[in-house]
Design a protein around this ligand. Structure first.
Ligand code: AMP
Length: 360
């Protein structure tokens, strides 16, 4: 595919805040954006040129969408792989392709893939029944995190279990669906590397951020992450390996646990722009949303030099209802336009520049 000229149309599967922020970056580069997402008024649909309100497996709607877009991308990883395959069969260019999507939809396949390409993870065991859960607990030392293989996010579809617990109740709590049991990783901190890979195979990785979670939901990302140059270089190498091995075009994120001795264990990957990269537009020469648009449009990637030290904080639920004037001067506010502030729901975020880059 030739680089897209300004005025071309980028299609995005998914209509959440990531799509909304991608649409903003695309608009700034002169592109129009079409959103494909079921629902009357998802956040991204209110800032796009056209909204295709249809189910992801609606073949007629997918065909109309393919005809209306010059390239198609996605903003969340639970888009059915079959829908992407169908778009490709219609001749649409979908970036990133189905490979990264496929790998990231299933925690078991994802961990096996990461291990196969030399990226270490914590220990894990597949669990498809209560008997298997009992055996997995024994194999992992009597304690672990039970997670559904598919469709878990922000700590949903997870339960902490240990020997002696009511295992039938734990398996019921996650819906008795295929799962994995993960050993508890004694991490010292959590970081993520947000990397972009262009259509020409070149990559740029943002400085890793340190991530703090609360109840399984990201609360704060901080850059710099405070780790040694060696550990940072290793983290970047792992993300580069992952981007190359999946043939990814666009942005992807690799979440890593950092152990006391600097060992890095992958937690999970996201084949898309990522919450832990929301500080990049306010701190770097090119932000993650523009970088993703550049990659899928076949443009050269921009430089990712970080000019500021930053802290990004998610606004969850009613936290986002504070009046804008209540934020301290210098706080850069982004709100997602969601209609209902449910508890724990990501409603917006703030970025604070804490100093020039290089100073802590
Ligand atoms: P996840 O949805 O799998 O990314 O999990 C959300 C958060 O829960 C992670 O960012 C960690 O803070 C914590 N967590 C998940 N898996 C593990 C694990 N195996 N060991 C320790 N903490 C974990």
């Amino acid at each position: 595919m030739k680089p897209l000229p300004p005025g071309a149309v980028i299609g995005i599967l998914g209509g959440g805040q990531l799509g909304r922020m991608l649409a903003g970056a695309a608009a700034r580069l002169g592109f129009d954006v079409n959103i494909f997402c079921p629902g009357e008024s998802p956040p991204a649909a209110r800032v796009c040129a056209r909204h295709f309100d249809a189910d992801y497996d609606d073949k007629a709607a997918l065909k109309a969408f393919a005809e209306a877009c010059d390239v198609i991308t996605y903003e969340f990883e639970n888009i059915p792989v079959a829908s992407v395959a169908h778009l490709v069969s219609l001749g649409a260019e979908v970036r990133p392709g189905a490979k990264s999507l496929d790998v990231s939809q299933d925690r078991l396949a994802e961990k096996q893939f990461l291990n196969a390409i030399g990226i270490e993870t914590g220990r894990f065991e597949p669990v498809a029944s209560i008997a298997e859960l009992e055996n997995a607990l024994k194999a992992l030392g009597g304690e672990g995190l039970l997670k559904t293989r598919r469709e878990g996010y922000d700590g949903k579809g997870q339960a902490r279990v240990k020997t002696g617990d009511d295992l039938a109740a734990a398996f019921a709590a996650i819906g008795e669906v295929p799962a994995i049991l993960e050993a508890l990783v004694p991490f010292e901190r959590e970081i993520s590397v947000v990397i972009a890979r262009g259509a020409d195979g070149k990559t740029t990785a943002f400085d890793p951020s340190m991530n703090d979670h609360s109840g399984g939901i990201l609360k704060r990302s901080t850059a710099p992450c405070g780790l040694s140059e060696d550990v940072i270089a290793n983290a970047r190498k792992l993300a580069e390996k992952l981007a190359a091995e999946t043939g990814h075009i666009g942005v992807l994120a690799l979440e890593l646990f950092v152990l006391k001795d600097g060992t890095l264990l992958a937690n999970e990957m996201a084949p898309r722009v990522h919450n832990s990269g929301h500080w990049t537009p306010e701190a770097c020469a090119t932000g993650q949303f523009e970088q993703h648009i550049r990659a899928v449009a076949g443009w050269p990637l921009g430089p990712v030099t970080r000019h500021f030290n930053v802290e990004m904080e998610n606004l969850l639920g009613e936290e986002a209802l504070a009046p804008p004037e209540s934020y301290p001067v210098g706080t850069i506010l982004t709100l997602y336009g969601k209609r209902e502030a449910k508890a724990g729901r990501k409603m917006g975020h703030v970025v604070r520049r804490t100093g020039p880059a290089g100073q802590t």
